[in-house]
Design a binder for this molecule. Structure first.
Ligand code: ZN
Length: 154
């Protein structure tokens, strides 16, 4: 049975949220596969639409995208990177499970293309717009130690 993980938040967990995250190699270890199941449960219960490994105390290039309420099955992203982004940017109000109670407007490219791997090590290429594009960028920012508080429009 998966376990709920402790959400790491500002200010006390800033060190982990700001640390470098390392890439995973395949096949993933049993420990990492368990972590993925625990992260899926944790993001669902939070509730949140995305969760990156450093947010639960693991400095790994790993994130879960959880848009079930928007009709998309939850999926795992391993070693993701943005390979292209639109010139056009749009603003959206964002929140973060690591910055409880704080919301702000963040301006980001409206469309992105992301490459990464599934938990089975299968290559993934996602062309995203709208909310999915924003969530992917938010989570990949976490994997690069960037938080939305750095990007709030004044
Ligand atoms: Zn976040």
């Amino acid at each position: 049975m998966p376990n709920l993980l402790r959400l790491h938040t500002l200010p006390q967990d800033e060190q982990i949220l700001r640390a470098e995250n390392r890439e995973l190699t395949f096949p993933l270890s049993k420990e990492t596969l368990d972590l993925i199941e625990n992260m899926k449960l944790t993001v669902k219960k939070a509730p949140g639409i995305g969760l990156a490994a450093p947010q639960v105390g693991h400095n790994l290039m790993l994130a879960i995208i959880h848009l079930e309420e928007f009709g998309m099955p939850a999926f795992t992203l391993v070693n993701p990177k943005i390979v292209s982004k639109s010139i056009k940017k749009t603003s959206m109000e964002e929140g973060c499970l690591s910055i409880p109670g704080k919301f702000g407007i963040v301006k980001r490219p409206s469309r992105v293309e992301v490459e990464g791997f599934t938990e089975e090590g299968k290559p993934l290429r996602i062309k995203a717009d709208k909310l999915l594009a924003k969530v992917l960028q938010h989570e990949i920012d976490h994997l690069n130690a960037i938080l939305i508080a750095d990007k709030f429009e004044k």
